[in-house]
Design a protein. Structure first.
Lengths: 178, 590
């Protein structure tokens, strides 16, 4: 959409598709996740990653973290739509806070054949300070946490080692404002 | 032993409805709601209106709500009962109509087993309700019902559904009255009560400095209550600013008033659309920049500063970027604007926008709603004009179906009060008008209620004529019969080389005989000389009437902004040349 206002609006601010992490506090009740996921699919928004857990048992609250892609205008609309849902207390774009922190956790299972591979894997695991969860003769499971970018980089590096088999699971980013 | 303070779920529902001052419920019985129907049998505060199909119940509840300002209530059974109301719930969501739908569900222990007449009601209705509930515990029932009514009617109103399994209808618990419930604010989303003083000041400053201002008023003004309309009239009179309304805004401001430019948008008035295109200040009061209103977005009102008052935060900057907005109630906001002008002795009267009104009056000279009525065949526009002239002395409620007749009704029937105009705007639901008329007549037993219909739409919910007859509701169905799905035919003519694929309605019933077979009354006008008599006869009969008005089969609805075109590119008649490039772009739009 172009600016239709006499007050100039920088076009680029509206056109650029950005990664945003949204933090949503909701009443923990049946159907709430379906409401949120349905809102995204029904209105054509993206979900790159999603995480849901109860965070306050006493007040029965869950925190949902959603990683999404969209122009700034779309992200504002997503926030407004989320806040219209009855069980939603608040929806925040972490990028709009003056200070916020993000982390993701990833479990990686690596199968390898030889010592050379093992050494390379150990080396990367050491550089990224990943924690060994389990190690067998030719199988190792690491736990790595940090920003999604950091995990991506670790996985990219692992992929430079030929002949190994990698299986992984990621939590998706979670974040907190301060 | 039974505790006398405990009631069955069905009785709790009835107590809650009484507590909510519900006096009318539209419904259709079935296996999963029998306990509730048993409770209805043994009481007398609640009038149950038995519809002929559940779609009729939901549109009737919408008509009831729109014409009364109260929450409309309906009761349907599980499975097909509730899937039949999905269209109506979506309609109410799109047009912000407060309704509460109670649906029965199979007993809790059978949920998930594909039991007889089971469906995932909350799953199916989640995207088409403002909120919905499945009540699994009878002790939560009272609170759920009261919250449902609160949510349906607060903030931007909408439909709420409560699904109650049959065992919960039998189970017993205490009843908690409305007054003992403390609502949680985050769930009600009523909008801010405090009007934004900066917004008001900024708006008044802009009014003072503008040369070409306009009010653009939508259904939100209606939903804020009749007082919003009073405040709006006061503000328009004080400022002498021209005002245009959306389809749902009709009636918020008197249509015959000199400041009114009529409806805007796809079939809006030439002067209204041109004024929107050329204005330097746009004051949006409860409208949502719908695609039917804006036309092509990149050419929408390019030179204006835009103010937007809307209780719904998600309406702000959704389609059109605005410069100033507030999410407060319209009545409160307009009141604040009026009192700001008064208390600061701001003399807006002196600023009478002479040039602007001169320009608008030049546009008015185009007489965009002009039509030529010959001596024989009735022009549909003429039929509505005559209907208006012959019923304007009464307190008349107009409902419509969807299509050409709906647009002609919006153009030629003038409304002077809010809540008199009940139409399906956002969803465009054919078959809406007749059941909506049933609902409007239930809410306004002494008023004249007319469904302006097309023959194709009318056939979609024709069964409800039996409901009108059973409850002695003297609704009038005024059919502009052109034997076509007229709006489909018009688009095929304009965009698809006049290839009238499947838009001719062959094998129509004889509507006069059809009326008689339902024990209603049928009247007919085949030509101009019979029209007034048919209208007068229709109005004078105190029973449901179907008036079959034979109109020109080839008439099109103008003015028109073709899809993909801008406000200043409107067609005034079919002889206006359309830009072929626009035509190709428009074809892929709706």
């Amino acid at each position: 959409m172009s600016s239709t206002s006499v007050y100039p609006t920088p076009i680029n601010a509206f056109k650029q598709s950005k990664r945003s992490v949204l933090s949503v506090i909701v009443d923990n009740e049946p159907g709430i996740l379906a409401r949120i996921v349905g809102l995204f699919s029904g209105r054509g928004y993206n979900i790159e990653a999603l995480n849901v857990t109860v965070v306050d048992i006493k007040n029965n609250l869950s925190r949902i973290t959603i990683e999404t892609l969209g122009e700034e205008k779309v992200i504002s609309q997503i926030i407004a739509q989320l806040e219209k849902l009855v069980p939603v207390h608040s929806a925040t774009n972490l990028a709009n806070l003056s200070e916020s922190y993000e982390a993701e956790i990833c479990l990686v299972k690596i199968e390898f054949d030889n010592n050379e591979q093992d050494q390379k894997i150990l080396n990367f695991a050491d550089i990224y300070r990943s924690r060994t969860v389990q190690k067998r003769q030719n199988i190792v499971v690491y736990e790595i946490s940090g920003t999604s970018e950091r995990i991506n980089k670790f996985l990219d590096d692992l992929n430079t080692i030929g002949g190994i088999k990698v299986e992984l699971v990621r939590s998706g980013p979670i974040g907190l404002g301060i | 032993m039974d505790n006398e303070n405990e009631f069955t779920g069905a009785d709790i529902l009835l107590k809650a409805l009484k507590d909510q001052e519900v006096d009318t419920i539209f419904g259709y019985p079935g296996g999963a709601v029998l306990p509730i129907y048993d409770a209805i049998f043994g009481q007398n505060f609640l009038k149950h209106v038995l519809v002929r199909q559940e779609a009729g119940a939901v549109h009737a509840a919408e008509g009831y709500a729109r014409s009364s300002g109260k929450v409309g209530v309906l009761l349907v059974t599980s499975g097909p009962g509730v899937t039949n109301v999905v269209t109506g719930l979506t309609d109410a969501l799109m047009d912000s109509i407060p309704i509460v739908c109670i649906s029965g569900q199979v007993p809790s222990h059978l949920i998930g087993t594909d039991a007889f007449q089971e469906c995932d009601t909350t799953g199916i209705t989640r995207p088409c309700t403002k909120h919905n509930y499945l009540v699994k515990d009878v002790s939560k029932l009272s609170e759920t019902i009261h919250e449902a009514f609160k949510i349906a009617s607060s903030g931007r109103p909408g439909p709420v559904l409560i699904d109650i399994p049959k065992d919960v209808q039998f189970a017993k618990s205490k009843y908690i009255p409305k007054k003992d419930i403390s609502f949680r604010e985050h769930r009600i989303k009523a909008g801010s009560k405090n009007v934004d003083k900066n917004f008001v000041q900024e708006l008044v400053n802009h009014i003072k400095n503008s040369e070409r201002p306009i009010f653009y008023v939508g259904g939100g003004c209606l939903n804020s209550g009749p007082q919003a309309s009073q405040e709006l009239i006061k503000l328009v009179n004080k400022t002498n600013i021209p005002i245009t309304t959306t389809l749902h805004g009709l009636g918020c401001f008197p249509g015959e008033d000199k400041s009114s430019l009529g409806m805007l948008g796809m079939h809006g008035n030439y002067e209204a659309n041109l004024a929107m295109n050329k204005c330097d200040l746009m004051i949006n009061v409860g409208a949502r920049f719908d695609d039917r209103v804006t036309g092509r977005l990149d050419a929408f009102s390019p030179d204006s500063v835009k103010f937007h008052i809307d209780i719904d935060q998600s309406s702000i900057n959704k389609n059109v970027k605005v410069d100033f907005h507030t999410n407060t109630d319209i009545t409160q906001t307009l009141k604040e604007i009026n009192s700001f002008i008064e208390s600061n002795n701001i003399e807006l009267e002196k600023k009478d926008y002479t040039n602007w009104w001169g320009q608008i009056n030049d546009w008015r000279k185009k007489e965009c709603l002009h039509y030529e009525q010959g001596e024989e065949i009735i022009k549909p526009q003429h039929a509505i004009s005559r209907l208006y002239d012959l019923t304007t002395q009464k307190d008349t409620f107009i409902t419509t179906e969807v299509g050409q007749h709906q647009m002609w009704a919006a153009q030629y029937y003038k409304f002077s009060k809010p809540n008199r105009w009940i139409t399906s705007g956002g969803l465009g639901t054919m078959g809406f008008g007749m059941p909506a008329a049933v609902g409007a007549q239930m809410a306004n037993p002494d008023s004249l209620v007319i469904d302006i219909a097309g023959e194709a739409s009318f056939l979609m919910n024709i069964q409800e004529i039996a409901t009108a007859v059973q409850y002695k509701l003297p609704i009038k169905i005024f059919i502009l019969n052109n034997e076509y799905m007229g709006m489909v035919r018009q688009w095929q003519e304009l965009l698809h080389g006049s290839r009238y694929s499947e838009s001719y309605v062959d094998a129509l019933p004889d509507f006069k005989k059809l009326a008689e077979s339902f024990n209603a009354v049928g009247v007919r006008a085949k030509n101009v000389s019979e029209l007034d008599d048919a209208i007068n006869e229709m109005v004078s009969i105190d029973r449901p009437v179907i008036a079959d008005i034979w109109v020109d089969k080839k008439e099109n609805c103008f003015p028109m902004i073709p899809s993909g075109a801008a406000h200043h590119e409107m067609l005034l008649s079919k002889y206006d040349k359309e830009n072929p490039e626009n035509q190709e772009k428009g074809k892929v739009l709706v």
